[in-house]
Design a protein around this ligand. Sequence first.
Ligand SMILES: Nc1ncnc2c1ncn2[C@@H]1O[C@H](COP(=O)(O)OP(=O)(O)OP(=O)(O)O)[C@@H](O)[C@H]1O
Ligand SMILES: Cc1cn([C@H]2C[C@H](O)[C@@H](COP(=O)(O)O)O2)c(=O)[nH]c1=O
Length: 218
Amino acid sequence: MSGRFLVLDGPSGVGKTTVTALLADLLAEDGWDVHRTKEPTHTQLGETARYGTDDYHGLTLACLVTADRYQHLETEIRPALAAAKLVICDRYLATSLVLQRLDGVDGEFIWALNQYVDRPDLTIILTGDPTRSRARAAARGIHSRFHRGGPGAGQQERERYAEVAVELAEAGFPVHLHDIGEQTPNEVAAELLIQVKLVLGTACGQQPTGEAACTNAS
Ligand SMILES: Nc1ncnc2c1ncn2[C@@H]1O[C@H](COP(=O)(O)OP(=O)(O)OP(=O)(O)O)[C@@H](O)[C@H]1O
Ligand SMILES: Cc1cn([C@H]2C[C@H](O)[C@@H](COP(=O)(O)O)O2)c(=O)[nH]c1=O
């Protein structure tokens, strides 16, 4: 039996970690056996990437985060999927396509590095007001050079994520773009639950009713 693979991605401070936790709880209440995880991982390799962005740049950082992704897939994500779990992952390929490009790496190289990664059943990209997202990330604590820069950097990141939503959809990844607007994390999670059920079906094996595509991404 094989599980399902769900990803939440988007700019720093938009609320990925908060919403991932809430959505994971809602899905568990719905009967899914949920495995929540994050990239970079909390392994030595992952923490080197997360906290090492002042030391590692460009190609080096691209290789580090992708090496962490393959290790994550091999040791955690694929075993959980093989155990029929619903894996929900905070950040994945979309982050690389946005941040590594902002770091000067060619998109073709990023795709080549990631050519053997698993395709999620659904990638949700959260976007929101960049001034608010940046302010939240700053209030929580800055641990990466990608978190620095004011609203201008946040606006650029937001635009890149919207472009990457389309890019992933064109590459055959089911994508849902969700702008949080004024929503609270609970409201975002409740709305996403509906979308997830449309695409993944229900825990008791009901077939999905929606065709996988890039929704809300224009
Ligand atoms: N919709 C929201 N409205 C108000 N505050 C929020 C919302 N979503 C998250 N927050 C708050 O913003 C802060 C950052 O949220 P969170 O860590 O979930 O963001 P993130 O996207 O995972 O950030 P990063 O990528 O930088 O780790 C937290 O303090 C969280 O409580
Ligand atoms: C998955 C991924 C991550 N990064 C970098 C960017 C930040 O330094 C951290 C993410 O930190 P947070 O705790 O989620 O805020 O990792 C990256 O450059 N590329 C990636 O693909």
